[in-house]
Design a protein around this ligand. Sequence first.
Ligand code: EPZ
Length: 432
Amino acid sequence: MEQYVIKGGSPLVGEVEIGGAKNAALGILAASIMTDETVLIENVPDVRDIKVMMQAMESIGVIIQHIDRHTVKINGRNINSQVVDGDYIKRIRASYYLIGALLGKYKSAEVTLPGGCNIGTRPIDQHLKGFRALGAKDAGVVGGGMIVAHADELKGAHIYLDMVTVGATINLMLAAVMAEGQTIIENAAKEPHVVDVANFLNCMGANIKGAGTDVIRIRGVQSLHGTEYTIIPDQIEAGTFMFAAAVTKGDVTVKNVIPKHLESISAKLMEIGCEIEESDDAVRVVATKRPLHTHVKTLPYPGFPTDMQPQITVALGLAEGTSIVTESIFENRFKYVDELTRMGASIKVESSTAIIEGVSRYTGASITAPDLRAGAALVIAGLAADGYTVVDDIRYIERGYEDFDVKLRNLGAMIEKVEDDRGIQKFKLKVG
Ligand code: EPZ
């Protein structure tokens, strides 16, 4: 099984290009099958979750042509089944977007219940409630774990989400774009990727207004058509490199980003003592000293993202004084703390709160990535640690970060992907 081996201690310096947003791409790929015409999508990240999503689409007859590493042409004309089945689909959460897309296009969808990162119970009641409101009366989970939704007709509805949910907001937009009449989604998620999916659907001929606010209004249209679209940059990939700069006392410019999407991340970095310089499509992070302590609570956008919680915890673990991190989105997102403790961190978790007594240094250790973002955060810890760190289960990290090790190496990090102990020994001999 592949691992990352890291020798810590080098400040990250230089520029890094950020790829397309994984979580926008997953929604956009699902949306692309809703027309019989061809859609061209650019800036698609080459990561594992996207590959699984494409595999699921191909399994029902979608034709996907890879133009280059980040550009695909998609045609959903020959879809021959509305049933997406198979164990592999459980590997990604966003497979449930195929319910919204197939229901919206064919009024019928059956998709294996999704898996994804194990960061909490992750119910889908809000998705199902919305599908039912739109006319899929049977929407629910049946048998051995299939989500089903069938409708004679889809009619616009007024849907009030009980909590802010990215997944349900996107899924209900997909299901509603071709429903008859008007749909209003209240308490909608405002994340940049929700807006990106809405913009993409509008380019396909949909009529969606208000994405990016908490009320989204959708007027159903008869059909959608082909288009060309470029996915927005990945807010979380950018934020991860920004924290990597902070933790290694580096100087990194993240390029090809939308600085507005990074404001909550930049604000926290400034609070902990980093300098931030923004330009039109880049943000530079300069860190010269040990981080300062602070408090942070994860919140839906524009709040501090839950997907950045492990990364900021790693930084605050090295801050002088006591910091408090409160997780308000997913109840099970501190699993990596045990691993960080093995590297010398002093963190106590009490339900959804981590109380962090900063230490002056981490020590390299053999650790396991428990999920995607925590895995990336542990790599960052390894970059700042004394000695060698080996991170197992990097398949989690590869679900959402393209060429993570290559990009870090280009910034001066000593990190390599290896297959076994021999690889680790070779790396140690090389870096000394
Ligand atoms: C999306 O997950 C992202 N995944 C997650 O990113 C991200 O952490 C999360 O949004 C929050 O920003 C994708 O976009 C594929 P939610 P999602 O629906 O849509 C509860 C990553 O690392 N809820 O916004 O599954 C839920 O339990 C991943 O890239 C219900 O109770 O999250 C959670 O507490 C990990 N019922 C909260 O809402 C529902 O029907 C927010 O979940 C739906 C959600």
